[in-house]
Design a protein around this ligand. Sequence first.
Ligand SMILES: Cc1cc2nc3c(=O)[nH]c(=O)nc-3n(C[C@H](O)[C@H](O)[C@H](O)COP(=O)(O)O)c2cc1C
Length: 377
Amino acid sequence: MSLFSPYTLRGVTFPNRVVISPMSQYRAKDGFANDWHLVHLGRFALGGAGLVFCEATAVEERGRRTAGDLGIWRDDHVPGLSRIVRFIAAEGAVPGIQLAHAGRKASELRPWHGGTPLNDEDMQLRGEAAWDAIAPSPVPFGDGWPVPREMTEGDIATTLTAYREAAARSLEAGFKVIEIYASHGFLVHEFYSPISNQRADAYGGDFDSRIRFAVEVAEAIREVWPENLPLIFRVSATDWLDGGWDVDDTVALAKRLKASSVDMMDCSTGGIGGAMRAGRMPFAHGFQVPFAERVRRDAAIPTMAVGMIWDPGEAEAIVADGRADLVALAREVLDDPNWALHAQAALSGDDSFETWKPEFGWWLAQRQRMVKKLGLR
Ligand SMILES: Cc1cc2nc3c(=O)[nH]c(=O)nc-3n(C[C@H](O)[C@H](O)[C@H](O)COP(=O)(O)O)c2cc1C
């Protein structure tokens, strides 16, 4: 089985190709990880995944998307994160962190509260005040969104330092993989997409100038992130918009990142905003896999496929057919944190529970024998 074969990137070997995609919980206070994050992520390590990503973790306080985002802009954020790292690693999975900056999408309500900019009502209900967002250009995310402040070269330097320091803290916390959150309309994506970047200086205009911030973020992280540890870049491979970023741009960016610092492209899509948002997204099982396949082939860099993947046979085929090296899941594992264990059993036809933790598997195997013997189901 390809999906359950080990995979090595730099000096890190994943026990299999199943990745838990970053999933923001909006449950942190002042950026601090708590018991919720430990239990949420710990379930996936027990459930057999090879790589477990912590959610989008803000490198700057103003780079949080919501007041509940996880953070790594302070030294005292580290102990809460290392507690999670220790658990994931002790249970045999590789712990990863996603470093994030929301840019113009900062100061937002949680999705289930509306996903709109923070307002006075949120202050009254939860005591969470809005804050000012920064972005490459003073262009709002959409109707009803505030105009972000255009970043000065000083802001850019400060933000690059924040990424570098966050990477150093990630290392201290014990993470083995960093992913740069450079998709879904957040800061790094805002720089490389022509939809949101209207700068006339060295960070805007032509392709090379628009990708400059992305490359500098990756290189800043690499300055402190050891040679033996992988750096992954989550890209929005297309904006799905006329005049937006597209897959040819992604291939060119991947080649550039590979040459300096990045080991794998995690290929998501969309999220840049604007009136035509998501209009052309052809939602279907594995609809973003063609981007992982194309980037892997044309930029000759390993890729991760993500999005609407839940069928074990199709996940297996993605890896077996060489369309991607890793397969990431999000919503499906909220429904079934043991997805990897179930997928392995389904693909191998082995329902002995031997790959499960004995604290669970021993009992389940024993019950299964009894149930079969008695013909109960
Ligand atoms: C609850 C939830 C939170 C998410 N938070 C993040 C995040 O912090 N960072 C990120 O890159 N993507 C985030 N995503 C997107 C997922 O990582 C994934 O790319 C997307 O859900 C598509 O995969 P799926 O169809 O398997 O859910 C989130 C998705 C969900 C459902």
